[in-house]
Design a protein around this ligand. Structure first.
Ligand code: C2O
Length: 547
């Protein structure tokens, strides 16, 4: 196994999109940031130097960070931020994961421009469980704001209103043909007739679940979140922010140019194939350029699901199976039930009314089990845990919601006013955990892509309505459920996940829609050290940032 050294320079860089140039925060002046390529078993050493005027941290999304929680990255969870002018070296080893992951800033909304692909090839001497593709292309779906995304979220927190939506969706940083001033930079993916390519699709958007499709072509899905799956074919995939999906695509259509398109799922602002659709072009090397009259031939347009096409999204999610039989924990030590959802909060008295711009004089909030998560500011949770620093967090995060009701019905918000807190849930090393993630629709029903740091979990079941332990338990797949780090909890529905708490440290679990993290849709697990030699977290690195 190899050690890969990289330098990440976080800096303001002029970037031109949608007819305007503004200073975006980038890594090494690149947007999207550099692609990292390793083999399973390799070690990454990334020195991050902060030359921007914001605090920053980098998270290696989906990397298990076994015993190296200090390198996980979420600010105030596993480290204090890297201050302007400072640096921190992340060091970690890829253990047992193969496929596509990614890295992104985990501080305010900086990940809008600070992100890149992390590609994990098979262990040296081993191969893919599918025919080796002729070529591999990362496809990073993203969101672009004409203004500074950090200002967008600051403005929203000041007023209590919902933050401005982005100005474009992007593929590899480019909005594509359907947006103003974007056509000449549209990403071209070349293909030869008969060739099979691997597309490593990553949803790096901040706040939007996205469908992705290529006109006239079928995908064969072979992996997700750096785990192989039983291959299945589909014409469209759907990814929540944080999720990755590896697909094979074959150059089996007549030589031409075909749109590859990303379009919102679950967003009010969508119409089919318009300027809420980001495009790239799959271009056959022998595609005719022009008509006999010399006019350029437009790429073939795809048919796209509608923004509210939940049946398509659900059917797609239900096709995932682990490639092989897996060891799902059968006996459960910790049987947890967490509600996830949005809410509204009365504005504090000293909040001037013209600043309180949420619905009906309230402001938006969100919570898990009625607790809206607040990050500490003087210590990271991990440091406070290891150094026994009191009054940074409590460990009374509830195992179940404080009251029961019809979670998918409309209830008055007086029934459900979240409290704020920095509450962790303590897990013994090696305990087996099941979490029912139940979506609520107190204010509005939405999908929530729930991401757990430090672990992959099995998604044993998903469904609509209220989870019913009597009837729904019978539907659990304990044989070959997919293993992922982010699960889309369906709108007005639930998902059940299982994992073994065998990675000591402090691990945040949150909705990967950044607007929902901003509102508190998060909690954290404190996983105790075990007694064995390799069952405790390593000591922190010498340059570990403190506050
Ligand atoms: Cu990809 Cu906590 O995030």
């Amino acid at each position: 196994s190899k050690v890969h050294y990289h330098d990440f320079l976080v800096q303001a860089t002029p970037v031109k999109r949608l007819c305007k140039t503004h200073n975006a925060i980038t890594v090494n002046g690149q947007f999207p940031g550099p692609t990292l390529e390793v083999n399973n078993g390799d070690t990454l050493v990334v020195k991050v130097t902060n030359r921007a005027r914001y605090n920053v941290t980098i998270h290696w999304h989906g990397v298990r960070q076994i015993r190296t929680g200090w390198a996980d990255g979420p600010e105030f969870v596993t480290q204090c931020p890297i201050r302007p002018g400072a640096s921190y070296t992340y060091r970690f080893t890829i253990q047992g994961q193969e496929g596509t992951l990614w890295w992104h800033a985990h501080s305010s909304w900086l990940r809008a421009t600070v992100y890149g692909a992390l590609i994990i090839h098979p262990k040296p001497g081993t191969t893919y469980p599918f025919t080796k593709p002729a070529r591999e292309t990362p496809i990073l779906l993203g969101e672009w704001w004409d203004t500074n995304p950090v200002d967008v979220v600051r403005q929203a927190t000041r007023t209590g209103a919902a933050p401005n939506v982005s100005d474009a969706y992007t593929i590899n940083g480019q909005p594509g043909d359907l947006y103003n001033c974007s056509s000449k930079d549209t990403v071209i993916v070349p293909i030869d007739s008969g060739e099979t390519h691997l597309l490593r699709v990553i949803n790096a958007a901040l706040n939007q679940e996205l469908f992705f499709t290529v006109a006239n072509h079928q995908f064969t899905v072979v992996g997700a979140d750096a785990a192989y799956v039983k291959p299945f074919s589909t014409s469209v995939i759907m990814l929540g922010p944080g999720q990755t999906t590896d697909v094979l695509i074959k150059g089996d259509q007549s030589p031409a140019r075909y749109y590859m398109a990303g379009t919102p799922y679950q967003s009010a602002q969508n119409a089919p194939f318009d300027n809420t659709t980001t495009t790239a072009i799959l271009e056959y090397k022998t595609a005719p350029c022009c008509t006999s009259k010399g006019a350029k031939i437009a790429p073939v347009s795809p048919s796209l699901p509608a923004f509210n096409d939940t049946p398509t999204a659900t059917a797609f999610a239900s096709k995932f199976r682990s490639l092989r039989r897996v060891e799902v924990p059968k006996h459960i030590d910790e049987n947890l039930f967490f509600t996830v959802g949005l809410g509204l909060q009365n504005c504090p008295r000293n909040f001037r009314s013209r600043r309180c711009q949420g619905p009906n004089g309230t402001r938006f909030t969100s919570s898990m089990n009625n607790v809206s998560f607040v990050l500490p500011s003087n210590f990271s949770l991990l440091q406070a845990h290891k150094q026994r620093i009191p009054n940074v967090f409590t460990t009374d995060f509830p195992a179940s919601p404080p009251l029961k009701f019809d979670y998918t019905g409309n209830v008055s918000r007086s029934l459900w006013q979240p409290q704020t807190g920095t509450k962790l849930y303590r897990l013994k090393y090696g305990s087996t955990v099941q979490i029912v993630l139940q979506g609520t629709s107190i204010f509005a029903a939405e999908n929530h892509p729930i991401h757990l740091h430090g672990y992959d979990f099995y998604i044993v079941a998903e469904g609509f309505g209220n989870f019913n332990p009597r009837t729904d338990t019978a539907k659990f797949n304990l044989v070959d459920p997919p293993q992922r780090n982010t699960v889309g909890v369906p709108v007005n529905g639930w998902a059940v996940i299982r994992f073994v708490a065998d990675n000591p440290g402090v691990w945040i679990m949150h909705c990967h829609l950044d607007v929902h993290i901003t509102w508190g849709l998060a909690m954290a697990f404190l996983v105790e050290d075990g007694v064995g030699e390799l069952e405790s977290i390593e000591p922190p690195p010498a340059d570990y940032p403190v506050c």
